[in-house]
Design a protein around this ligand. Structure first.
Ligand SMILES: *Cc1c(COP(=O)(O)O)cnc(C)c1O
Length: 441
């Protein structure tokens, strides 16, 4: 089956690209810092199994460009279990309202796309809060520069590089400034000479190191992708982000052969773990009955899992991961905000589905979300006394109500709910993935 084919292909590709990276490094001009380049395997749109396969072949650094996809993949039980030393890079555009979610990602190694002082401040303060008292580690970040000046590209205008890095180095004590990153123009013809985007990044580094007295070897350059990573390394890249030649071309939903290929910007909105046929159409009609699509994907995967007669440890942790991913999406936002914010809808991808979730359920999830970090769902579950009922609901015991919801919505039978709730360790690690509560302002 595809798994066998995939395993061989991904493994071979990883080995061949890693070898090419090494070769390119040996051709690097001697005047450049001899930092061994890091290969980041860009796994966006690809399933966790492929990440695991690449990991088995020695790959450790992986990149994703959507926060939700990264959250899902990094907390996928298969990856948590099989890839303990994985290093995740965030390489996509980062919005302030997604920072907390991103920083909760397990094994987050490097955020490559900080592109303003404001964003740096936000990342800094969030990391200060998240790492708490028990960790002193700084968060590695890079500053993304828009070297090609294209409107469609994110990143700082090049002339703001020095002032932004200066701010980060002097004011953001929770951050470790690791270097500069650029995407650059697509499809540059190398027969015309060195890629000007890469040259621009090099000269900004030079300027930066001179004015801030930073050693050049300590300021990395993230540049180069599938089509040009060797050239990028030859001219000084220390971090290449390579996707399609490792994992194969990316397929986006709705890009059937008979429709024109949509732009990446557009397709990006309809991706994600819980893909539905047409999220955009649905979101324009979310007042209509969505019961047919309601948590289709989540329910389906849970039901598949529950069909097995014996619930293994692994199955259980899969169920919990699905639930947690669900909780993360719902928690922390008011229903009204979610209905109103198109940004939220697009960011979350699965929003229309959640609009259907009832208030009562949100309350319960909110309760779970707000409980102190040490408390676990099992305790909350048992601590909920009888008699409180969500508006519009018959007066039943809270516990029965939650049980029924979990059965109806998540396909978990009541007796198992209790069992799952009491699984302290598994829940504890998953709970840490929840983003901190958003500031009310
Ligand atoms: C997708 C992506 C890559 C990898 O692109 P390939 O051409 O598939 O190697 C690199 N960097 C960023 C920022 C990306 O979004």
């Amino acid at each position: 089956m595809w798994k066998v084919a995939m395993s061989e292909e991904v493994g071979k590709a990883i080995q061949s690209v890693a070898e090419r990276v090494k070769q390119a490094a040996s051709r690097r001009q001697k005047s450049l810092p001899s930092v061994a380049p890091r290969l980041v395997a860009v796994s966006k749109t690809k399933p966790p199994e492929m990440v695991v396969e690449a990991y088995r072949h020695g790959q450790r650094n992986f990149g994703e460009n959507y926060v939700n996809e990264l959250v899902d993949k990094a907390s996928d039980p298969l990856i948590l279990e099989s890839c303990p030393d994985i290093k995740w890079h965030f390489i996509g555009h980062l919005q302030k309202n997604n920072v907390n979610k991103l920083l909760g990602v397990p094994n987050l190694f490097l955020v490559e796309t900080v592109d303003s002082v404001k964003l740096a401040d936000k990342v800094n303060s969030s990391w200060e809060r998240i790492r708490g008292a028990n960790a002193t580690q700084k968060l590695r970040i890079m500053v993304q520069v828009n070297t090609s000046g294209e409107q469609s590209k994110h990143g700082l205008p090049p002339e703001e590089t020095v002032s932004t890095v200066k701010h980060i180095v002097s004011r953001c004590s929770a951050l470790h400034f690791s270097g500069l990153m650029t995407i650059g123009r697509y499809g540059y013809d190398l027969s015309l000479g060195p890629n000007p985007d890469f040259q621009m990044l090099l000269s900004r580094r030079q300027e930066l190191c001179e004015s801030l007295k930073l050693p050049v070897e300590e300021v990395e350059l993230s540049m180069g992708m599938s089509t040009d990573f060797e050239h990028a390394i030859e001219v000084g890249s220390t971090n290449v982000r390579v996707g399609s030649i490792i994992f194969g071309n990316r397929e986006y939903p709705n890009s059937a052969a008979n429709t024109p290929t949509p732009s990446p910007e557009k397709t990006s909105k309809v991706r994600g773990k819980f893909q539905m046929d047409n999220v955009e159409e649905l979101s324009s009609e979310f007042n209509t009955d969505l019961s047919g699509v309601r948590s289709e994907a989540a329910t389906a995967s849970l039901q598949t899992l529950h069909r097995k007669d014996i619930m293994t440890e692994r199955t259980r942790s899969q169920i919990q991961a699905v639930e947690m991913s669900f909780l993360r999406r719902v928690a922390g936002r008011s229903l009204r905000d979610r209905v109103r914010s198109s940004v939220t809808r697009e960011e979350l991808g699965v929003e229309p589905l959640l609009l259907h979730v009832e208030r009562g359920q949100l309350r319960w999830l909110g309760h779970l979300y707000r409980m102190p970090p040490g408390r676990l769902p099992g305790e909350v579950f048992r601590a909920c006394p009888t008699g409180r009922r969500p508006r519009g609901r018959p007066r039943t015991r809270w516990r029965d109500y939650v049980s029924r919801l979990s059965w109806e919505r998540l396909g978990i039978p009541p007796e198992e709910l209790e069992e799952v709730c009491m699984d302290r360790e598994v829940w504890a690690s998953l709970l840490r993935l929840l983003p901190p509560r958003p500031d009310p302002g």
